[in-house]
Design a binder for this molecule. Structure first.
Ligand code: ARG
Length: 482
């Protein structure tokens, strides 16, 4: 590539400029982009069918040889072309890059690979949502304490808690789906930035590569990386949600909590303390969340002040994408596995459900409902009870009630049975509907979530089919030249 215009480059400069290390992510994508481009060039009469078939068969050989068989070049695009020319000569191989630049080429490759990875991630996320829902179904009556400020607050159920996470992952799915829409668009044909005078057929390569449409403006096409910012932001959001589960699993599996046991496969031990079982996988999810957030910052910072159109700085943004993708994908899988295999200490959870006077709110609400006093007054009465650390007996409530309101609550309708119902977590939970832990309502929410899950699975299947069909079409077109 550089032999006419420039003198040779010393090894350290080549190493500094090369993206080959990260380009293994787009090796296969690049070969398909090459195939689609070359087929289109032949169809449009820009190259002959003979040259096209020579190039296509050499590309197959290159694919079989793998990335390690390529010469050391600035990047995968140059390496493939240089290998191609080495194999079939410059008169044939030198025609592949007609009407194209590495600028539109790399943007296309990144979009193809990222689109496929987004589909995989959405599939995994559906799996995680399903696991949360399946376990929620089993635990609609499994009592546990609900927390605010990491302090016991009110009783809830494990189902209610798991569904809180499922709700967040539903939104993460939508965000990935949105990112997909703006990722799966073709920049190919934009060439360096100004398009090309060759009569390339952009719609055709778009179709052969399974894109949903074109990036119309050629300058935008080569230099836009907002699809990358958007995707990695969605990953960061997803990771933040995964990290919250991870933090809970870490806490819940500690001897202080003892709510769950994480399955051995997701734990590590200590090199010195033989008794240790550490939640390393969950900790790494929490840690990797930091790395993915750093990736968003990296991409934003690298791209923020770039004048149009292509600048080599852009090469520096791409590895952040790949590391964020692999961290996020693995974290979704690990979380799904951990949730699916953890054992739940139901007795301990039930026992803790009412510890720390978690029935206080229900008791205050009950005073309002049975005695007709204001909520603030009831809050004061129960708050005083809590402060005194007194057992919530009828006599204690009466005494405090009298001192605060000047009246006995037992004269206003309070009795032992009203109090005991108020202190019973099962009765309390039963009336907390409207998205709360009431088992009937949780069952309703499960149905709503399952419906959305099904819709999402169907729309994902459609996206995958479209991409799969395009891959078959490309394969058929390539076959014509074999
Ligand atoms: N490796 C480059 C990248 O990732 C490919 C595009 C090179 N284009 C160029 N004009 N040097 O951005």
């Amino acid at each position: 590539m550089r032999k006419a215009r420039l003198s040779a480059q010393p090894e350290d400069v080549l190493a500094f400029t090369s993206s080959l290390d990260a380009d293994h992510w787009i090796f296969e994508a690049d070969l398909n982009v090459d195939r689609a481009h070359v087929v289109m060039l032949a169809e449009e009469g820009i190259i002959t069918n003979e040259i096209c078939s020579l190039i296509l068969s050499a590309l197959d050989t290159i694919q079989n040889g793998g990335i390690s068989s390529l010469p050391p070049e600035e990047d995968i695009h140059a390496a493939i072309e240089s290998k191609l020319i080495e194999m079939i000569g410059e008169d044939a191989g030198g025609r592949m890059h007609t009407g194209r630049s590495r600028n539109d080429e790399v943007a296309t490759c990144i979009r193809v690979r990222l689109r496929d990875l987004l589909l995989t991630m959405m599939r995994e996320l559906i799996g995680l949502r399903k696991i949360l829902i399946v376990h929620a179904k089993k635990h609609t009556r499994t009592l546990m304490p609900g927390f605010t400020h990491t302090q016991h607050a009110q009783p809830t159920t494990l189902a209610h808690h798991l569904l809180a996470h499922a709700g967040a992952f539903e939104r993460d799915f939508d965000r990935l789906n949105d990112a997909y829409k703006r990722t799966n668009l073709s920049p190919l044909g934009a060439a360096a930035f100004a398009g090309t005078g060759f009569p390339v057929n952009r719609t055709r390569t778009c179709e052969l590569l399974g894109f949903d449409g074109l990036i119309e403006n050629s300058m935008d096409a080569v230099s836009a990386r907002d699809f990358l910012i958007e995707s990695v932001s969605a990953f960061a959001n997803l990771m933040t949600n995964l990290s919250r589960i991870a933090a809970e699993l870490i806490m819940w599996s500690s001897s202080e909590f003892d709510y769950i046991t994480i399955d051995d496969q997701y734990a590590s031990t200590s090199s010195i303390m033989p008794q240790k079982k550490n939640p390393d996988v969950a900790e790494l999810i929490r840690g990797k969340t930091g790395s993915v957030i750093a990736a968003v910052t990296g991409i934003l910072t690298i791209t923020k002040a770039l004048p149009h159109s292509y600048n080599r700085d852009l090469q520096e943004a791409t590895p952040h994408l790949w590391s964020a993708v692999s961290d996020t994908l693995a974290s979704v899988r690990m979380t799904a596995g951990m949730i699916d295999t953890m054992s739940i200490h139901e007795e301990k959870l039930a026992q803790e459900a009412t510890a720390g006077f978690t029935m206080a709110t229900e008791l205050a609400d009950t005073l309002v409902r049975s005695c007709g006093i204001s909520f603030r007054t009831a809050h004061q009465i129960v708050g005083t009870l809590a402060r005194m650390n007194a057992r919530p007996s009828l006599s204690a409530i009466d005494e405090i009630g009298l001192s605060i309101t000047g009246r006995r609550l037992s004269d206003l309708g309070l009795d032992e049975s009203v109090i005991s119902t108020a202190l019973d977590p099962i009765s309390s939970i039963r009336i907390h509907a409207g998205g709360g832990p009431a088992p009937d309502d949780v069952t309703r929410v499960i149905e709503v979530f399952l419906m959305k899950l099904q819709d999402d699975a169907i729309s994902l299947d459609k996206r995958c089919e479209r991409v799969e069909k395009a891959a078959q079409m490309l394969e058929q077109e390539v076959e014509k030249y074999r």
